[in-house]
Design a protein around this ligand. Structure first.
Ligand code: ZN
Ligand code: ZN
Length: 850
């Protein structure tokens, strides 16, 4: 009777040994001397009170496997972990349970650390980060100051997203479909003075680099869409109001009213300028359009209700109606406002503007479907070729003129709805007959030549609002002095420590709880020494995480944010794995901060992550995991029962890592059985016979090594595990006695997934050092590996459903039989009839099913 597999005992033994011998951590000297540095990074967790979620565990395990795989190939793999512990989430929880975050967070971190150690990832606990540690956020504040010095941090009045639930402003990226991504409350728009990072200055570069960085395609696409570059033209329409402000007329009164609102601008003019300014005659409405080719179809204009121009142009007759409309819109919440399917509303201003192409005076309306935050807050409406303009024109009886003819249409074909497709330009004077793309270029040229507009690129990306009216974050290192104005805190006075505040609850006031702590915010001005006042807002938690990867190798040094020599050696990050929900938040912000630091000479690279791969998401027994459903998988209980090795292997086996999968309790049995069988096959070491693999096993072994190697490097963990299982089954078929040469190579192959078991087996096989301490990854001979097996791509209706190894030269019939044994193929064939089979010998089988 052989010794039973006891995962709990083995795992405890190896975790203790790894900690004792520093197997997974670098000394400072090792970090400097590493010959084959490989920086393997995963998104650090926010340490919630609930403990490590299975979602974290899934992400981390997949990342750890990749790191261990590189290490087994002889790389010096640096795999740090830390805690993203500032932010509203932690603070809200602290408020809920009535424990101060300064007490709660260290407790959560201790719990997370315990759990992270239990899963057997090879974290370097010598180099860890807690963003709430003043030693860390000192440098977060330093980064703010660098941006401030570079003119990239500005305080400006702007419409911002205010979450009434969290009592703070949010970045655009934190508003999902009009709701707060944290608490789900409908977000309001407020006009507040806030700190912004001018990320828009980097919009083009952030976009351009997407063409060469090696990232998951969907993540790149998400960034591209978020940056939202569009090419078009800015076009000027001269306002030709009917009233033209005769002195003493009601119009002049309206004009005075408008001037009063624009007192600042008026103030800046000298006397002569003021005297010669006939505001109304000089008024223009600038619009941005991506379709300048449709300018002949612009039959009216629409301004956003918030657009100041409304004050200037509204005629006295229309003023009351316009005011009422604007007030009604101002009272509306953003979610309702931004709904695209609601009925169009609006009001005529009484004013007209001159369409430079047609020479017509077209009416100017105010309507809430035009927003201030894209382009100029004004549009030229082309109802024939824009759905919203079409609805609006139909409702208010405004003219609709076709200027693009689709296939089969002519200039007079009536429109039942907006035509938004491609076509030929019609009803457009000299541009008639052109393809719309050519017309776009030609119209822009014509506009530029005649002074009516210019080519322009527009971005959807907005500046990053980084100030938060909350307590739990690093104070923004700025001091306000009546004499000197805005004064940055001198770098040698960093960190500006977050004080312990008993009452840190946020309120409706729009200022941070720190504004209630006079003893903290009253300070002498660093310039003149007079009484001054600290900025009381704290910075966004996404600033903490926008640079953390730079800090890990340098955690031993308090005099620099990141040591130049270590940074050159270890950065940029070689592999980064994380959730795609951060595509336009963390992943975009950290790229931006890296570019800025490069431009300032602190870094010699501008993209922080050489390779980024997103992981998929888990569901539980077919349903989304959530606390309210009570089906959240708590990793601890599974690990206690099955061991970390089985749990890790199962997580990676339940689906393609980059797509996620369905966690099923009974699913753990399979991976457990595999590990146990491996144990049972190897542990009676002295019974393992001859040292040469038998003939047909040898081919299988090489093919398996190749498949596992290729699969892991592409994060296809589930198929790598399946290949190992299949190999072990073949080796032990009918309880065949396997020999050492057939079994030993499986140990390093399985090591990334089941590191404790692999260490134990490695030791029992007579090795005296850790399996992870040298280049122990097995090699394969491609000739032997391919000898008689080829990988068939099996498609159903042209879509790849499986890749199956089959004997070289297999017949079409046999290949079909083999293919139909695959569950994933059968699933798509079942219920249909195979109408046609495409067979490419040794390569492809396509089943056409109807
Ligand atoms: Zn909220
Ligand atoms: Zn001063």
């Amino acid at each position: 009777m052989s010794e039973p597999y006891n995962p709990i005992e083995i795992e405890e033994k190896w975790q203790a040994r790894w900690a004792r011998e520093g197997t997974n951590s670098f000394t400072e000297q090792e970090l400097r001397e590493a010959e084959r540095p490989f920086y393997n990074l995963m998104m650090f967790p926010y340490p919630s009170a609930e403990g490590l979620h299975v979602g974290n565990m899934y992400a981390f395990t997949g990342a750890d496997i990749y790191g261990r795989f590189h290490r087994l190939q002889g790389d010096d793999v640096f795999e740090p972990i830390g805690f993203d512990a500032f932010g509203i989430h932690s603070e809200n929880f602290a408020l809920k349970v009535g424990t101060h975050p300064m007490e709660l967070i260290p407790r959560n971190i201790a719990n997370f650390t315990r759990q992270l150690k239990r899963i057997g990832a090879m974290y370097d606990w010598n180099h860890t980060i807690d963003t709430t540690d003043p030693k860390y956020y000192k440098w977060t504040q330093w980064i703010f100051l660098q941006l401030y010095k570079a003119g990239l941090a500005q305080k400006k009045e702007a419409p911002v997203n205010w979450c009434p639930g969290c009592h703070t402003v949010l970045a655009n990226e934190q508003v999902i479909a009009g709701e707060c991504e944290r608490c789900g409350t409908a977000v309001e728009q407020r006009f507040l003075s806030q700190w912004f990072f001018l990320i828009t200055k980097y919009a083009q570069r952030l976009l351009d680099n997407l063409s060469w960085i090696d990232w998951s395609e969907t993540t790149k696409k998400a960034q591209e869409n978020w940056i939202g570059r569009s090419e078009g033209a800015e076009i000027r329409f001269r306002v030709t109001s009917p009233w033209q402000a005769q002195p003493g007329s009601p119009g002049a009164e309206a004009l005075e009213h408008a001037v009063a609102r624009h007192a600042d601008e008026f103030e800046k003019m000298d006397r002569q300028e003021r005297a010669s300014t006939t505001f109304v005659q000089d008024l223009y409405i600038d619009v941005f359009t991506t379709r300048p080719d449709t300018i002949f179809g612009a039959t009216f204009m629409v301004l956003a209700p918030e657009n100041d121009l409304v004050d200037w142009i509204t005629t006295p007759e229309q003023r009351r109606a316009v005011d009422e409309y604007r007030n009604a819109i101002a009272a509306m919440d953003v979610v309702t406002r931004k709904k695209t399917d609601k009925e169009k509303t609006g009001v005529f201003t009484g004013a007209y503007a001159h369409n430079p192409a047609t020479g017509e005076d077209i009416p100017v309306w105010v309507a809430d479907y035009v927003l201030m935050d894209y382009g100029t807050g004004a549009i030229m409406a082309v109802p024939a070729h824009d759905e919203r303009d079409f609805e609006f024109a139909t409702k208010f009886g405004l003219p609709i003129r076709r200027v693009v003819a689709g296939p089969g249409d002519n200039a007079d074909t009536p429109l039942a709805t907006a035509y938004v497709g491609e076509g030929t330009i019609v009803n457009s004077g000299i541009f008639d007959g052109m393809d719309w793309r050519d017309a776009k270029r030609a119209v822009i040229e014509w506009l530029e030549q005649n002074g009516h507009g210019r080519r322009r690129v527009n971005y959807r990306l907005h500046d990053w609002c980084i100030s938060r009216q909350r307590y739990w974050g690093p104070p923004i290192p700025i001091i306000y002095c009546d004499a000197c104005g805005t004064v940055p805190v001198p770098e040698d006075q960093l960190p500006v420590e977050l004080p312990y505040v008993e009452d840190y609850k946020p309120d409706e006031s729009g200022v941070s709880p720190l504004a209630r702590v006079e003893s903290w915010y009253r300070v002498p001005c660093p310039n003149c020494g007079r009484d001054a006042r600290r900025e009381t807002d704290v910075s966004d938690t996404f600033l903490d995480s926008a640079w953390y990867f730079l800090r890990y190798p340098s955690t031993a040094y308090d005099n620099v944010p990141f040591d130049p020599e270590l940074t050159r050696k270890w950065l940029p990050v070689d592999m980064y794995i994380g959730g795609e929900e951060h595509a336009v938040l963390h992943l975009l912000y950290s790229r931006f901060i890296t570019m800025v630091l490069k431009d300032m000479g602190y870094l010699d690279f501008e993209e922080p992550y050489k390779r980024f791969r997103k992981h998929g998401l888990l569901i539980k027994e077919g349903a989304k995991m959530s606390k309210s459903r009570g089906n959240v998988v708590v990793p601890d209980q599974y690990i206690q029962h099955w061991g970390a090795d089985t749990f890790r292997t199962y997580l990676m086996f339940l689906g393609p890592y980059q797509e996620g999968g369905d966690f099923r309790d009974k699913g753990l049995q399979g991976p457990y059985g595999f590990l146990k069988r491996l144990w049972d096959s190897i542990v009676p070491v002295d019974q393992l016979g001859s040292d040469k693999p038998s003939g047909d096993i040898e081919q299988k072994l090489h093919a398996t090594i190749r498949k596992v190697t290729e699969d892991i490097s592409e994060l296809r963990y589930n198929t790598a595990i399946a290949a190992m299982m299949e190999y072990l089954n073949a080796v032990r078929e009918n309880n065949r006695q396997a020999n050492r040469a057939e079994l030993e190579p499986l140990v390093p192959l399985v090591a990334p997934f089941a590191p404790h078991l692999a260490e134990e087996l490695w030791e029992r096989l007579g090795h005296s050092t850790s399996i992870f301490s040298g280049n122990n990854w097995p090699t394969f001979d491609p000739v032997i590996a391919t000898a008689d097996t080829v990988e068939f791509v099996v498609q159903v209706n042209g879509r790849v459903r499986a890749r199956i190894p089959m004997p070289r030269g297999i017949s079409q019939d046999d290949a079909q039989v083999a293919a139909l044994k695959e569950e994933n193929v059968r699933r798509y064939v079942d219920g249909g009839t195979i109408r046609k089979i495409v067979f490419v010998p040794d390569k492809l089988l396509n089943l056409v099913v109807a």
